[in-house]
Ligand binder design. Structure first.
Ligand code: SAM
Ligand code: SF4
Ligand code: SF4
Length: 347
């Protein structure tokens, strides 16, 4: 890829709270083959819902150009997400472009796993480093309701097994915990994946977007999740792998393996948040709870130079002061601005 080396000095930009940009999350599409009730409720995202037309999506070349520029500004880790990233055609082409960028230490993907039986080997061959598969419960009837499409647990487990055969291991399993929905099944999920050698990460249900009727009473706090697991599998807290790691890590006291907890609601971690998000249509969001993105697609398509694109990204990051999760409970006045939806910007 062509890159003016004089532009490579732009490292270590910091936001207003002195946080560097380290992680890039790329949402590849706003489409998904699931309709998880907490993310894309089927009654809203029905047959007639108009998703972004293909010409509005950033092309793979545009995505890899932005990624290259961001790597020169300090990004080291990239995650592909969505919507469902595996519904974007020819994704292996993009993976190859991104793995060709020097300076990326980690390229991961978050997927619902449904298309992995077909795609796992292609992803591995293209050079994807790691996979996170979302699975909220092993209870078939609960899972069928939660994904809104009546897909059974087996469809995801088949995907995970195929990913293991392709060489992805260990795999991280994301599980969103909702009170009264799947919280009585967390120990079973933890136990199952411990024996398989994978890492389950329980995620507190978040108030992302505006459509899931979120309420604090639907959240199972991390401490409660830990106590529940502890009743059957004694676990202890272990050191983070690196400063600012999102999940708190636990291991069984009498065995191997790992379980993670992402306590974005009850124990927020904004102070160490180095994540920048790129939406399918090319907007930059500096927070998962953002209301307004910075348009990159227009300048990209109007022939902006690398330094012009860098200036836009740099201004966006330098003016960032997001700490939504830390202020969630103290905000007395609710903003009327519409937050970006999770399926649009990715987890
Ligand atoms: N479709 C892919 C998947 O489900 O893995 C990738 C995109 S999805 C938006 C990314 C992650 O966000 C998933 O693990 C999903 O469970 C999680 N997620 C979605 N809505 C959430 C919410 N309201 N609170 C917490 N996690 C959520
Ligand atoms: Fe689709 Fe993932 Fe959202 Fe579920 S969580 S609806 S799989 S984007
Ligand atoms: Fe980062 Fe925003 Fe989440 Fe805080 S709320 S950790 S700033 S994405």
């Amino acid at each position: 890829m062509k890159m003016n080396t004089s532009l490579m000095v732009n490292k270590a930009i910091k936001d207003k709270l002195n946080r560097p940009v380290r992680d890039l999350r790329i949402s590849l599409t706003d489409r998904c083959n699931f309709r998880c009730t907490y993310c894309m409720p089927a009654e809203i995202y029905g047959e007639r819902y108009e998703f972004l037309p293909h010409e509005k999506l950033l092309t793979f070349e545009e995505i890899s150009r932005v990624t290259q520029l961001l790597v020169n500004m300090g990004v080291q880790k990239v995650r592909l997400t969505g919507g469902e990233p595996l519904v974007r055609r020819d994704i292996d082409v993009l993976i190859k472009l991104i793995t060709g960028i020097k300076g990326i230490s980690d390229l991961a993907m978050t997927t619902n796993g449904y298309l992995l039986p077909k795609m796992a080997h292609t992803l591995k061959d293209a050079g994807l480093h790691r996979l996170t598969v979302s699975l909220d419960t092993l209870d078939d009837s609960i899972f069928r309701k939660m994904n809104g499409r009546d897909f059974g647990v087996k469809s995801v487990l088949d995907g995970i097994n195929e990913a293991v055969r392709a060489g992805f291991a260990p795999i991280k399993i994301n599980s969103v915990v909702q009170k009264g929905v799947n919280d009585h099944t967390i120990t079973e999920l933890a136990q199952y994946f411990l024996t398989k050698g994978h890492i389950v990460r329980f995620i507190e249900y978040m108030d992302v977007g505006t459509l899931n009727n979120w309420d604090m009473k639907h959240v199972v706090p991390a401490d409660e999740i830990i106590s529940k697991i502890n009743e059957t599998i004694p676990i202890e807290l272990i050191e983070p792998l690196y400063p600012g790691e999102v999940a708190r890590r636990y291991r069984p006291t009498n065995g191997n393996g790992e379980i993670g907890i992402i306590a974005s609601v009850t124990q927020p971690f904004c102070g160490a948040c180095t994540r920048l998000r790129l939406s399918p249509e090319g907007k930059l969001y500096t927070c998962l709870f953002g209301t307004k993105g910075t348009d990159l697609r227009t300048p990209l398509r109007n022939g902006a130079s690398d330094s012009e694109i860098i200036a836009i990204i740099s201004n966006t990051w330098k003016t960032r002061d997001d700490r939504y999760s830390e202020t969630r409970n103290t905000n007395s006045v609710k903003s009327n601005l519409k937050k970006v939806e999770m399926y649009h910007i990715g987890g």
